[in-house]
Design a protein around this ligand. Structure first.
Ligand code: NAD
Ligand code: TYD
Length: 433
């Protein structure tokens, strides 16, 4: 990575949003080990009080860090993996490791010094202030949330705490950090808030898809809590000038998806010979996007989005739930036929509907395409096939999620690597204080 000599020392710029290749400069205030995997034990030579070069590069390399919250979850985990596959920016990954946070998703990064997993809560102001001061990220991407509608119906409290109070605390910590930045770094800083199309409410059958101008009409405790967090993010821009970006995305699917959500639940139940529960008449419509396309959209918005703007993200893939379930069955019939030769669709079972079940979501993703040139790479047909292939190839990940074994994973696998140990330690110290 050759630094652009015309870029300002503490600024950064991107040469192409889609690939996410970043030519970056940042200030690092204390000598640190090189953040690049293969250089981990070589050392950096100070070239100024705030810049360090890597001994093994023939030119100066400048390290930047981004802070990801909720990066052990489904979308955050995919984002961290994709980010580190394409960029040398180090990632500080703050995750509470709730039932939905699975460090096994990040197993391939276990000895990658660019990734530090910190177990902690976005509602922990002291921890946030410490992480921001220590790592001086050039951006924060907020994935952390309680995300399952059914859980929000049975127990909304956690949704209020994390999605609303947690986002508020995160915004306040980031604002304090951002206020103290040097002016060029301050101008380049971004806070990207990852949100959902569910904040817009439910569409009738023929209504046009949600644009960014659609009014907020959240119907579930989950969507109401996300709507509240979106409003806080907006207000922190308008009131304090914090350079925020918000993305509202449709339903995601893909690898590492916790099997409480429709698509992974259907795959996992089908293979286990269990019923495939379809709520109500199964004709509710969702708009599906392959998770890696969501990740590329977030990278693009982070690189080129205008602060204060909202970008809808979607795959133009509206489908009724029953069609999704039938597609999963059909693909499994071909890829892993049932021993008795019957179709998995024999396991489909209609069950009582979800209370307040939104009938239809649909995202109009034309703004992000028009203004930022982003388009999904996958169709539903290619994405769902990749997803099913991933679940078939990763029975261990699924088994650990089902048995709960993944919850022990940090203790058994993260005992050694320096980055994680520090993270867990700093989190523990902060909770103790
Ligand atoms: P997820 O439930 O799989 O992951 C959430 C992650 O946040 C988990 O790792 C969890 O441990 C962590 N977390 C929860 N509370 C926390 C807290 N207080 N502090 C720190 N970490 C905490 O969710 P997901 O599906 O990956 O969704 C990520 C984000 O994207 C959410 O904000 C969600 O609203 C949004 N979103 C999701 C979808 C979707 O289809 N899954 C679609 C659009 C937007
Ligand atoms: P889900 O994956 O929970 O996402 P969301 O509620 O955020 O859209 O559900 C997707 C759709 O599938 C939703 O209309 C509810 C329906 N659904 C079922 O019919 N059966 C199930 O077992 C689940 C989990 C969801």
């Amino acid at each position: 990575m050759n630094p652009d000599p015309t870029a300002s020392r503490a600024g950064f710029r991107e040469d192409d949003g889609e690939g996410g290749r970043i030519l970056a400069l940042t200030m690092i205030s204390t000598p640190t080990k090189c953040a690049t995997r293969h250089l981990s034990d070589q050392f950096e030579t100070p070239v100024s009080p705030s810049l360090y070069s890597c001994a093994c590069f023939n030119y100066l390399t400048f390290h930047v860090t981004i802070l990801i919250t909720g990066g052990a979850g489904f979308i955050g985990g995919n984002f961290v993996l994709d980010w580190l596959a394409q960029s040398n920016d180090a990632v500080i990954n703050l995750d509470k490791l709730t039932y939905a946070g699975n460090p096994e998703t990040l197993a391939s990064l276990q000895s990658d010094p660019r990734h530090t997993l910190v177990q902690g809560d976005i509602g922990d102001s002291a921890l946030l202030a410490g992480l921001l001061a220590q790592h001086r990220p050039r951006a924060v991407v907020n994935f952390a949330a309680e995300s399952h509608v059914d859980r929000s119906i049975h127990g909304p409290e956690d949704f209020i705490q994390t999605n609303i109070v947690g986002t508020f605390r995160l915004l306040e910590a980031v604002r304090a950090y951002w206020m103290g930045m040097a002016s060029d770094a301050k101008a380049a800083f971004r806070f990207l808030h990852v949100s959902t199309d569910e904040v817009y409410g439910s569409l009738s059958k023929d209504a046009p898809a949600f644009t960014e101008a659609h009014r907020y009409e959240p119907n579930s405790p989950y969507s109401a809590s996300k709507a509240a967090s979106d409003h806080l993010v907006r207000a922190w821009h308008h009131t304090y000038g914090l350079p925020v970006l918000t993305t509202n995305c449709s339903n995601n699917y893909g690898p590492y998806h916790f099997p409480e959500k429709l698509i992974p639940l259907m795959i996992v139940n089908a293979l286990a010979g269990k019923p495939l529960p379809v709520y109500g008449d199964g004709l509710q419509v969702r708009d599906w996007l392959y998770v890696k396309d969501h990740c590329s959209a977030i990278r693009r918005v982070l690189a080129a989005g205008t602060p204060g703007e909202v970008y809808n993200v979607g795959g133009w893939n509206e489908k009724p739930n029953i069609e999704i379930v039938q597609t999963v069955c059909r693909l499994l019939d071909a890829m892993r036929p049932r021993a008795d030769g019957q179709s998995y669709s024999a396991q489909i079972t209609y069950v009582k509907d979800r209370p307040g079940h939104d009938r239809r979501y649909a995202i109009d993703a034309s703004k992000i395409e028009r203004e930022l040139g982003w388009k999904p790479a996958e169709t539903f047909e290619t994405g769902i096939e990749k997803t099913i292939a991933w679940y078939l190839a990763n029975p261990e990940w699924v088994a650990h999620v089902q048995s709960g074994a993944y919850r022990e994973w940090v203790q058994t696998h993260y005992a050694q690597p320096e980055g994680v140990q520090q993270g867990l330690a700093s989190s523990a110290e902060s909770s103790a204080s």
